[in-house]
Design a protein around this ligand. Structure first.
Ligand code: ADP
Length: 824
């Protein structure tokens, strides 16, 4: 009996242990576990039914009611039903008088357990002893009631006999077994919760990159969570140690980290915080970690252990660094930006960069805290910009408006304003804006527009042919009215076609010529071109071209002038000039001929006159000498007149002969030795000079001069003759002869301080027979200066006269030196 009891108890403990084992196992579906649980409970019930208490043959009592009720309570409906089914089947198999009563007990016990399961709301492990006792009581009261179903009076007998012991033993037994199962279940659940918490902790540490560690001061042992190994990059199987930890710390930080721990212990602090670098022993990667440590103390204050966590803050530090860099970049952009940048919140200026201050002419102090109205010249403008910005920001998230601002000094600026909200969802956080001063741009654009207009007008109405063609293929892009008028083509006929297609070039190679000039000189000026008009006529044009780039295409602006008429006129003029030249040449030839004839006539007349004159004067002399005495006074006087007149005539004839001889011979250039030459020329006047009446000044700067000796003699002797002759009686007479070389010219000067010549006669005295005085005052033939002039012109030189009455006379002769004369 006791043995059975012990066996029963052992069975129940085994049940408890194996049920808990089953509960720990994981199954893909919970129902499988519930069925298996039912089978386990059923199996134990069946085994328990092998060791029953036999009340009467076929009437057995055992612990099935307890087990099945607990199967229903702990396993729920499925477990309870499966266990009950097994037990019922076995009881049915055993048979006997109490079989149906037994099956009833089996069913109600399992059902009672299920009711309790429901009452516990699926958390049977929380069932208390009193509740278990109630369950045991209920199950076994039901069991005793079932006894009444036994054949009468057996049921009553059974009830009487086992009623009390059953009610005394079975409910506490239910409590005991229930408590055992509940305890096991609770332990299992708390173990599971612990495991889950640990998992969660590790997961959390890995996500947060936080590892925890603990250092036992007494045993000097260090433990750390797997995340620490991961963080430090050490093998998870390597046992942690303080030395291993220090090894992982960056060499530069190692001393500091070691000191931090030691000092916190020594100084009796509760803990410490430190940030340092670590170097992965395998990959050498440097990371930054944050450590926090706290010491756990005994009541006496001594440290038992230190706990702490280590957190990887590399990303945060990098992010912070990036953030700092970005912030400083933004700040420098803000400061140095060449556009005005500012921030406005509720229409009040909250930020303004230097450029904004420069633009507005206000200091930062003057802008911050003021209404943005300060920027605008009028309320209307301010309101307009506000409205427009609001509209655009609502539509596109940002806005751009061209507006006008007024500087502090009153100057109006053209501004391109762009604005963007700080928080697009909530404009009350304010907007940032950039302001670009486009005053100059607007002005330039306006000027450009005006100049374009001017150009377009000039282009259209210019009286010259103007065209714009594409450089690469001479495609006509535009032509002006004059172009159309002159060529006869309409604009539509030309634009979109090349000048070659239109057939404008008489000779298409002219275009190549034009392009060549354009390449070498960069432009074409006044190029002669022949163009074919629409009616087939050829016109002469003068074209100038310049290269321009229009919308990225190289183009040619050409300006042309129709010079057909001019060319015709020039041609006619040329022909006329040639004809005239021919006529002039003919006339000159005739004149030269006539001149020659005249000179020949003068020469022959003078020559021929000489003989009769010589006869007249010869005979007159003989008469005067031999028959003078036979003549009376009057006759003698007449004879003297004859002699005098014939002498004069002789002089005249020899002068005329001289004049006409001059130039008959070719020029004979030679270097004339000046000094001896002058001496030679002055020789006939030697006596006059010596008498002291005339002072002679010679200013000969050169020793020799290139000239035709005979011509030079004519010039000098005639000038000297006149200088000596036309003296003033009232003062001392002075004659100066000077010569020099000036550049390529020889200069000869003869001057005197004689009576001088009235400027009105300066021209005419060079003509033949022109005299200013009667013969009685000054002798002469009036041919001298004409001779000088002719000789000078034969030398290719010029003569200049400077003289005034009473102030003397100066003749200056200049003639170009021949090549050999220049070299000397
Ligand atoms: P003429 O034989 O009369 O000197 P020229 O042809 O040599 O003829 O001179 C023309 C005139 O020029 C002279 O009659 C004289 O009136 C004037 N004439 C020339 N040389 C001088 C001079 N050195 N001083 C003043 N008058 C001069």
């Amino acid at each position: 009996m006791y043995r059975d009891l012990v066996l029963n108890v052992a069975l129940l403990v085994a049940l408890s242990a194996s049920y808990n084992l089953l509960e720990r196992l994981r199954f893909p579906q919970d129902s499988v576990k519930r069925v298996l649980g039912g089978l386990l409970f059923g199996f134990v019930t069946v085994v328990g039914m092998q060791l029953p208490f036999h009340y009467a043959p076929g009437l057995i009592f055992d612990g099935r009611s307890i087990i099945l009720s607990l199967a229903g309570l702990f396993g729920g409906p499925v477990t309870g039903a499966v266990a009950a089914a097994m037990a019922a089947a076995y009881r049915f198999h055993l048979g006997g008088v109490g079989a149906w009563t037994g099956i009833g007990v089996i069913t109600t016990s399992a059902q009672a357990g299920m009711v309790w399961h429901r009452r516990m709301k699926g958390r049977p492990e929380e069932v208390g002893a009193s509740s278990l006792f109630l369950l045991g009581l209920a199950v076994h009261v039901l069991m005793l009631l079932w006894m009444l179903t036994l054949p009468w009076p057996m049921g009553l007998g059974v009830l009487k006999q086992i009623g009390l012991p059953v009610l005394l033993i079975y409910p506490p037994a239910t409590v005991l077994l229930g408590q055992l199962l509940a305890m096991e279940a609770r332990r299992r659940l708390s173990e599971e919760a612990l495991r889950r918490n640990m998992e969660l902790l590790q997961k959390t540490q890995s996500i947060a990159r936080i590892g925890s560690w603990e250092y036992d001061v007494e045993t000097r042992s260090l433990t750390w969570s797997p995340e620490v190994s991961r963080l430090f990059g050490v093998d998870p199987d390597t046992p942690p140690s303080y030395e291993l930890f220090l090894q992982c710390v960056h060499p530069d930080d190692r001393g500091r980290v070691d000191r931090a721990y030691m000092e916190s212990v020594r100084q009796g602090k509760d803990g410490y915080e430190i940030e340092h670098r670590i170097v992965g022993p395998k990959d050498g990667r440097i990371r930054t970690v944050f450590e926090k440590c706290e010491h756990v103390r005994r009541t006496d204050g001594s440290i038992v252990r230190s706990v702490g966590f280590v957190q990887d803050v590399t990303e945060r530090r990098v992010a912070e660094e990036e953030l700092r860099e970005r912030e400083s970049t933004l700040k420098s952009i803000f400061r140095a930006a060449p556009v005005g940048i500012g921030m406005v919140k509720n229409r009040v200026i909250h930020e303004a960069n230097e450029q904004l201050c420069r633009m507005t002419g206000c200091s930062r102090y003057e802008l911050l805290g003021r209404s943005a109205r300060i920027f605008y010249p009028s309320d209307e403008e301010f309101e307009f910009v506000g409205r427009e910005m609001y509209r655009q920001i609502a539509q596109k998230g940002m806005g751009t408006v061209e507006t006008r601002w007024r500087r502090k000094d009153g100057r109006i600026l053209e501004i391109l304003l762009s604005s963007c909200p700080i928080d697009p969802q909530d404009l009350s956080h304010g907007v940032t804006f950039t302001a670009l001063d486009i005053t100059e741009r607007v002005r330039v654009e306006r000027a450009l527009r005006e100049s374009e207009e001017k150009f377009a007008k000039a282009f259209r109405s210019a009286p010259l042919l103007m065209s714009i063609t594409r450089l690469e293929d001479a495609l006509v892009l535009d032509v002006n009215d004059t172009y159309c008028e002159v060529t006869g083509y309409s604009r539509e006929e030309m634009i979109g076609r090349t000048t070659l297609e239109i057939g404008l070039w008489r000779d298409p190679s002219d275009r190549r010529r034009l392009l060549k000039q354009l390449r070498t000189r960069g432009r074409v000026t006044n190029l002669d071109l022949d163009l074919r008009m629409k009616n087939g006529e050829i016109s002469h044009m003068l074209f100038s071209c310049e290269l321009v780039v229009l919308q990225g295409t190289q183009c040619l602006i050409s300006v042309g002038m129709d010079i057909t008429e001019r060319v015709r006129a020039e041609r006619a003029l040329k022909e006329l000039a040639a004809e005239l030249e021919l006529r002039v040449a003919q006339r000159i030839a005739q004149l030269t001929e006539a001149n020659k004839e005249l000179e020949a006539f003068v020469f022959s007349v003078s020559h021929d006159l000489r003989a009769p004159l010589r006869a007249i004067s010869g005979f007159a002399e003989i008469i005067a000498r031999r028959h003078r005495e036979a003549l009376n006074e009057e006759g003698r006087r007449y004879f003297d007149h004859i002699l005098e007149a014939s002498e004069r005539m002789g002089n005249l004839i020899s002068d005329l002969l001289n004049y006409s001889r001059l130039g008959r011979k070719a020029l004979a250039w030679e270097a004339v030795q000046v000094e001896s030459f002058v001496e030679d020329v002055l020789q006939p006047y030697e006596e006059t000079m010596r008498s002291g009446e005339t002072e002679l000044v010679l200013d000969l700067e050169v020793s020799s001069l290139w000239a035709d000796r005979a011509l030079l003699r004519q010039i000098l002797s005639n000038l000297v003759d006149n200088a000596l002759k036309y003296r003033r009686e009232d003062s001392g007479h002075r004659v100066r002869i000077a010569c020099r070389v000036e550049g390529n010219e020889a200069v000869l000067m003869v001057s005197d301080n004689g009576i001088g010549i009235d400027p009105v006669h300066h021209e005419r005295i060079f003509n033949i027979f022109q005299r200013l005085h009667p013969r009685t005052a000054y002798a002469g033939t009036g041919i001298g200066l004409a001779l000088v002039k002719k000789a000078v012109s034969l030398l290719g030189g010029t003569i200049r006269l400077a003289s005034e009455p009473g102030n003397g006379t100066e003749f200056e002769i200049r003639w170009p030196l021949p090549e050999e004369g220049k070299r000397e």
